[in-house]
Design a protein around this ligand. Structure first.
Ligand SMILES: *Cc1c(COP(=O)(O)O)cnc(C)c1O
Length: 368
């Protein structure tokens, strides 16, 4: 029996044909396809400008460089993908790790307030797993303290807060199109903004600071997107609303089956939020089970369900951050008891039934 996978990419014949057409055209980099993809993505999220780049990590690097100055401090949640924090470093600024909320897994404003210092100029909240941050609270905090906000929406395509897409928030929002994300271009990323100055800076940073051919206004990288990726992105955009709706339905199905299980906590979604369920992550009440989270994951695998841990270590527990030098109690608490179950759009009803039955059975077997 093949396990129900945590992620699944299956390209349609139409997508493959769009890519082949690019290859036949011989126009391989940063052309009309990428431009159309930028325009359609910006209009989808309701932002004015979009800059396509070669990865979500490149998007963060460019966004931080556009918004920050060397020596600045940036408040970053300690429970996220490494590049939310590492790209602050490569922008010449200092990531300051903050704790997160145990229920929403997103930035704790209480801890951000404690970590705010005279050099703090930026804030990098993450809409983790597709759940929106406390957008109102963060916006007010940023305005009060004159902070630039760089939102990491790598996992939050189509996430909404009070009915509005999180992609239209100031100052900059970054996305990833890595294959496991809610839509893909192979590798790829996007920065969106409503600020014309920031938009111009991002465009210069993407391609050697060129404002004209071999005319370099500033220094920059080669972070351009391939035309193949742009073509794939345009095709994926057509399917994104259906992908997102299916993720939401799958999550609802799982929560209906799992919410009543003792010792399992299903994802919390606040009233104001339309979650996009990049991941469906549950928490184990370890006091109720005679196994660790990792043993629970292994037992699920034996039942044919691929659960994956996002993330087994908080950033403060990584060697790159001095492994335990800073304490982030909620991040560490989550890292010990969280796991993601399959929620992707290609799951069948039988798959969903299988996932819920396996979790129910392993929970029963492992109960103290
Ligand atoms: C995936 C991801 C990134 C990095 O994106 P890549 O396209 O893999 O470089 C950054 N932040 C978060 C929260 C992510 O999930």
């Amino acid at each position: 029996m093949k396990a129900v996978p945590i992620a699944c990419v299956k390209l349609s014949e139409q997508e493959i044909a769009a890519v082949v057409e690019v290859l036949r055209s011989g126009h391989l980099v940063a052309g009309a396809g990428v431009q159309a993809f930028e325009q359609q993505f910006a209009s989808l999220v309701g932002a004015q400008y979009a800059v396509a780049v070669s990865s979500g990590t490149a998007a963060l690097h460019v966004a931080y460089l556009a918004a920050l100055n060397p020596g600045d401090e940036v408040l970053v949640p300690g429970f996220t993908h490494i590049s939310t924090a590492s790209m602050v470093h490569f922008a010449g600024a200092q990531p300051v790790l903050c704790d997160v909320d145990r229920r929403t897994f997103t930035l704790s404003l209480d801890d951000a307030t404690r970590k705010l210092g005279p050099k703090t100029t930026g804030l990098a909240p993450v809409h983790l797993f597709g759940n929106a941050c406390d957008v109102d609270g963060i916006g007010a905090f940023a305005r009060r303290n004159n902070l630039k906000v760089i939102w990491d929406a790598a996992q939050a395509h189509c996430t909404r807060y009070r009915g509005e897409d999180v992609g239209r928030l100031p100052d900059l929002v970054t996305y990833s199109f890595y294959p496991t994300k809610n839509m893909t271009t192979g590798e790829g990323g996007m920065i969106v903004t409503n600020d014309k100055e920031l938009y111009k800076r991002c465009k210069l940073l993407r391609s050697h600071g060129q404002s004209g051919k071999y005319y370099h206004q500033s220094f920059g990288f080669n972070y351009r997107m391939l035309e193949v990726s742009g073509a794939l992105g345009l095709e994926q955009l057509k399917q994104l609303p259906a992908f997102t709706a299916k993720r939401r339905r799958n999550a609802q199905y799982l929560s209906e089956r799992l919410a009543s299980l003792d010792g399992i906590r299903v994802p919390f979604v606040a009233e104001a939020i339309e979650h996009s369920f990049h991941q469906y992550s549950i928490l184990l009440d370890l006091a109720q089970f005679r196994c660790s989270r990792d043993e629970f994951v292994t037992a699920l695998k034996a039942e044919g369900v691929e659960a994956v841990v996002h993330y087994p270590r908080a950033l403060n527990q990584q060697p790159a951050f001095g492994a335990g030098h800073v304490r982030l109690p909620n991040c560490e608490w989550l890292a010990e008891r969280i796991m993601s179950l399959p929620v992707h759009p290609l799951l069948s009803n039988e798959d969903l039934e299988h996932v819920s039955a396996a979790v129910t059975q392993v929970a029963a077997e492992m109960r103290r």
